[in-house]
Design a protein around this ligand. Structure first.
Ligand code: NAD
Ligand code: MN
Length: 480
């Protein structure tokens, strides 16, 4: 099937002002890093340099933690209703500035404007509204009659959903009365730095939220700072493991949200058109840079031919290219390093004998791109089935019985997400009960709600974000 010729519908970037360089946001102001070092941040769709970003060293991290420690007593002792006002204000300002944030996020991340506009920014706003609602009701949340915050929390986030990850971290921390030092990922710092402006607009007291930029060594200085009461980390399983090692034997609390290799399971009684949309949404949303992606497709054997034909037809209509074009479905891969990782795993798949099918659309010359692809002729032993690719690459296997589907789905070191497609509710309940995943979607995929806790098992990490459960990660444990 040919793509219709659409006229370009490019979102204007006029709404965004990007400074030529950014310092660190500590104690309510932007300051030079003690390191005096900066690094470039780029637009991965064009490779244009957007700005220069401060590279925080240990001294900078120490300044940020000290500012958060000074701000803590006053913030923690505010009535919850007062903290709620700040969170509501932040939510409303973010909502008012949604388009500015959507455009900036697309420029720095490479994901389509359709996604930042309709998903990333609205869900971030929703998290602030939701947690504003909890701030004055914590004593009814099931954490004792006087729930107490932890202190200074260090939060380290990845590049795949920069703004949404920021909201998932900062909103519950503040609602519970903690103060924050947040480190965005080195490839996508711009929306977090613009968020500092929102905090200023909201009049948040200085030091309650500090934003420090840098790469892994900045993150590890934050992890190791003695005055941090808790680390909340989202990112790769390897870094998660090393953080856990370095916190062992300390009193610091830890939550880890790591990788995944989610099974998306299609039964022969599934509503097939919806299931095809669910497969595409499950793995090609956000270029597959999704920890809970449905990256392993399991199809009941008797319908696999039909599913493959329909999937190819649907995938042939995906528009790949300029992320700022409102018609674009698939944007740029976030970095050259990530593109290399994807290529390396895809090559391993081919050399291990799997069969690849790729979208044939032309890819832009500049920037980092990977055409949506899937592999057939794979087994549980293939690297591409076992390892998280974190790109627009699906593996397809078949099964005959629900029991076999459960065994294949659970045959992974991860345990973050799974999807079930069937018209039969009893089958959905059987599957959901037996799947070892933190979230199981039925007849949908990649659905998020701030009221619904999210998190993993096994090598996908531990702890939950969102909902009443998620508050527990930011409150002292009480004896019941
Ligand atoms: P990463 O774990 O290296 O980076 C995530 C965050 O941790 C970044 O802010 C980074 O600067 C920071 N960091 C890196 N090393 C650190 C250390 N030693 N101590 C403290 N902080 C540190 O992830 P990545 O390199 O961006 O991506 C690699 C892989 O991670 C991906 O291919 C994917 O498998 C996985 N990943 C998962 C998620 C997720 O949402 N679960 C997000 C991004 C990446
Ligand atoms: Mn200020």
């Amino acid at each position: 099937m040919d793509l219709h010729d659409y006229a370009a519908a490019t979102e204007s970037t006029n709404i965004v002002t990007i400074q030529s360089r950014y310092g660190l946001y500590i104690d309510g102001e932007f300051c030079e890093p003690a390191s005096k070092k900066y690094f470039d941040t780029i637009n991965p769709a064009t490779e244009d340099v957007l700005s220069q970003i401060a590279d925080a060293n240990e001294n900078d991290v120490d300044r940020a933690v000290k500012a958060a420690s000074r701000a803590f007593p006053a913030w923690a002792s505010l009535p919850g209703s007062e903290r709620a006002k700040y969170l509501y204000r932040i939510a409303r300002i973010l909502q008012e500035r949604a388009r500015e944030f959507a455009v900036l996020e697309t420029m720095n991340n490479g994901k389509p404007i359709r996604e930042t506009r309709d998903f990333d920014i609205p869900i971030s706003v929703a998290h602030f509204f939701y947690h504003a609602g909890w701030a004055d009701k914590l004593e009814y949340a099931g954490y004792g009659s006087h729930p107490q915050p932890l202190g200074v929390v260090g939060q380290i986030i990845p590049w795949n959903f920069p703004m949404m990850m920021l909201a998932w971290k900062i909103a519950p921390a503040l609602a519970c009365g903690n103060t924050v030092v947040l480190k965005p990922a080195e490839t996508t710092p711009l929306s977090a730095l613009l968020f500092a402006d929102v905090l200023e607009q909201a009049g948040l007291p200085p030091g309650v939220v500090n934003i420090i930029t840098g790469a892994g060594s900045t993150g590890s200085a934050l992890v190791e700072h003695p005055d941090v009461a808790k680390i909340a980390f989202t990112g790769s399983t390897n870094v998660g493991k090393s953080i856990m090692q370095s916190l062992a034997g300390t009193a610091k609390r830890l939550t880890l949200e790591l990788g995944g290799k989610g099974a998306n399971i299609i039964f022969d009684d599934a509503p097939i058109d919806q299931a095809i949309e669910g497969i595409v949404n499950g793995i090609y949303f956000n270029q597959g840079h999704v920890c809970c992606a449905g990256s392993r497709l399991l199809v009941q054997e008797n319908i696999v031919d039909e599913v493959l034909i329909r999937l190819q037809t649907r995938m042939s209509t995906l528009r790949i290219g300029n992320p700022l074009d409102k018609n674009t479905d698939i944007g740029a891969i976030n970095s050259r390093a990530q593109l290399t990782r994807i290529q390396e795993l895809v090559n391993a798949g081919v050399s291990e004998g799997a069969e690849i099918w790729k979208c044939t659309s032309e890819l832009p010359i500049k920037g980092f791109w990977f055409a949506p692809s899937y592999f057939t002729n794979v087994t549980d032993a293939h690297r591409i089935v076992r390892e998280e690719i974190f790109g627009p690459v699906l593996t397809i296997q078949t099964f005959r019985t629900p029991k076999e589907a459960v065994e294949k789905a659970n045959n992974t070191p991860y345990g973050l997400s799974a999807g079930i497609w069937s018209e039969k509710t009893s089958k959905i309940h059987f599957m959901a009960t037996h799947l070892k995943a933190g979230v199981v979607w039925a007849n949908t995929f990649n659905k998020f709600d701030p009221a619904s806790p999210f998190g993993g098992y096994r090598e996908s990490g531990f702890g939950r974000e969102g909902g009443r459960t998620g508050l527990g990660a930011y409150l002292k444990e009480v004896a019941s």
